[in-house]
Design a protein around this ligand. Structure first.
Ligand code: ZN
Ligand code: ZN
Length: 147
């Protein structure tokens, strides 16, 4: 089964070159709350060459206290599709809510939970970190996900 997704208006669509839905995690940091206009960002880490995009993208870049980040959005409806970051070279961070099968996503980890909205209950036993985990700890959590 092909894993596909796209933006709200339909101008941008993509195919993910993996056999299964990529493992997804929630980031509760303030940047994700602001850029998503919601309570958290729902992300999937993929190798940079695993996403085949059709349609015109626009860019948003920022640097600051956090690692430099380069976001790609639909040039028409401005749905955020993915970003790359200096914190994860060679990888991209897909906005998992743009997957056509987003209903099947279960976050396997939560990061930046010190910024979590206080009303939000996290599933018990799901790995979580107050801020960003070390790449090693995070890779372990992604690999240990239930099938
Ligand atoms: Zn669009
Ligand atoms: Zn975040």
């Amino acid at each position: 089964m092909k894993i596909t997704g796209g933006c709200h208006c339909g101008a941008v669509s993509y195919v993910v070159a993996t056999d299964n839905l990529p493992p997804s995690y929630a980031c509760h940091c303030l940047d994700c709350q602001t850029t998503s206009g919601s309570a958290f960002g729902l992300h999937a880490l993929l190798p940079e060459d695993a996403l085949q995009i059709t349609g015109e993208l626009s860019d948003y870049r920022y640097e600051g206290a956090h690692p430099a980040s380069h976001h790609r959005l639909c040039a028409h409806c401005h749905t955020r599709i993915y970003n790359t970051t200096s914190a994860a070279p060679g990888m991209l961070v897909l906005r998992a809510g743009t997957l056509h099968n987003s209903a099947a996503i279960k976050p396997i980890a939560h990061i930046w939970v010190k910024r979590r909205q206080p009303w939000l209950q996290l599933a018990e036993g799901t790995p979580s970190w107050p801020e960003s985990p070390t790449p090693e700890a995070f890779a372990q959590a992604l690999q240990a996900r239930p099938v």
